[in-house]
Design a binder for this molecule. Sequence first.
Ligand SMILES: *Cc1c(COP(=O)(O)O)cnc(C)c1O
Length: 355
Amino acid sequence: MSRFLSNESAALEPYTPGEQPQNIPYNKLNTNESPFPPSPKVLKAISRAELLKMNLYSDPTCAALCAAVAKRNDLKPEQVIAGNGSDELLSFAFRAFCGEGKGCAYANITYGFYKVWAQFYHLDAKVIPLREDFSLNVDDYMDFPGTIFIANPNAPTGMTVPISDIQRLLEANRDRVVVVDEAYVDFGAESCIPLLYRYDNLLILQTFSKSRNLAGARIGFALGSAELIADLNRVKYSFNPYNVNRLSIVAGAAAMADEPYFQKCTSQIEKNRAWTVRELTALGFTVLPSQANFILAKSDRIPGGALYEKLKENGILVRHFDAPARIADFCRISIGSMEQMEALIDEVTKLLEEL
Ligand SMILES: *Cc1c(COP(=O)(O)O)cnc(C)c1O
């Protein structure tokens, strides 16, 4: 810390991203990226002609990208806003729909960034424990008057809340916004998008980082009523009007239009997940029921931290969280290609034999 840092910034507790070793050939199963390259249509779209336009600012409305997202989801373009990753849109949502007298609520075990923004914006945060089995009980949120943030599927558990439960939350108080973070919805879970036709207090966030093989392009999007999206644009134009770069707008639109490739990649991940769960279970692991492109798993024979360390020594990166204590026994393992998962299972088998 320099002596110039403001008290406000000194008080922040920044988010810690998963390790991103550059140019080291790890079997990287720690940040829920896709193991597959972007759609061939993306490679075609990033043409020399597009590169030559990099001297010009990007379209602040991201029209081409929003149109592609709207078309895919049967919505109007004014119901879509694009962001520099869905992280940025989450930040906009915290700013737009929370503030003095309007707090936020989220689970005690969920995406770590919610807490970071609640602090960043000095919000009153109600942190609501998951049940013993890591499921989320929407009844705990029914009376909360502020803005609710739910990751569905949740991270890092991979577990889902039924859409009927989300609907009950929307119905219980039409004057509060429910933000459903669907970063992992494309791996077999059910999206809340159909509820957008009936509820103007629903905001849905999705991302190109996991199911569309574009984590490095930093593209997310939010879906909601035209009014909610206009609110988010108000924050965006107060912060960073050209928030999505030129190449990412082009790449995102192309990826969204390639439905067959998207289906192929996500269904392969679902297959690899089922295989990995079977293998780990056979090795005595407890694996939470995941609908995401990762699993949260623990073995009674080796603590989560030790498993993480041993795998890393052997070239495999997974994610271990020290806190909260309830998940310290677990490791979060991203689902990669079949080769990556076979290498993981071989290594885990070896480690357990050596104990
Ligand atoms: C990965 C992730 C995000 C952020 O995704 P980006 O679009 O890459 O910023 C948001 N929410 C959850 C729950 C995530 O796991």
